[in-house]
Ligand binder design. Structure first.
Ligand SMILES: [Zn+2]
Length: 151
């Protein structure tokens, strides 16, 4: 087993959080949707309790997302508990795109959880990938794959 497997973190998702993500993803089709995750995150444990949908302000929402500035500001002012970001890939696998990585520094300093979801093969089933946002020694942010845990 490699070191990265041993240290792979877990992201716990509440059942309601998963349901809210799935609803938002399917209601938004064929466009990309986005939102933020509230919960708690420490070096050892990340736990998302609530999903808060946000408007996608991208001029081309079929292929990209931009958190609506009003929605984002409102959530930032809500205080503690803002831990992560979700967006969907309606037409591709739920893995970070080059554009996603490019956008990362915009909010990476405030968040530790990064989720991407795609429509699954069955009705209203979401294929979900989770990543931990890590700041490297070079000051750049990267995404490290995590295990998603359900309760
Ligand atoms: Zn993306």
């Amino acid at each position: 087993m490699t070191e990265s497997h041993e240290t792979q973190q877990e992201i716990w998702l509440s059942a309601s959080c998963e349901r809210q993500i799935a609803e938002h993803l399917f209601l938004g089709l064929p466009y990309e949707v986005c939102g933020i995750l509230r919960g708690s995150a420490t070096a050892r444990c990340m736990r998302s309790e609530t999903f808060v949908p946000m408007r996608n302000a991208a001029p081309d929402p079929l292929h990209r997302f931009i958190l609506h500035p009003e929605d984002w500001t409102r959530e930032c002012l809500q205080g503690d508990g803002l831990i992560g970001l979700f967006h969907s890939h309606p037409h591709s696998d739920p893995v970070p795109s080059a554009q996603d990585l490019q956008q990362l520094p915009l909010f990476a300093g405030m968040l530790s959880v990064y989720l991407i979801g795609s429509p699954g093969s069955e009705d209203h089933n979401v294929q979900l990938n989770g990543y931990n946002i890590i700041k490297g020694t070079d000051g750049n942010y990267t995404l490290q794959a995590c295990r998603i845990m359900h309760d």
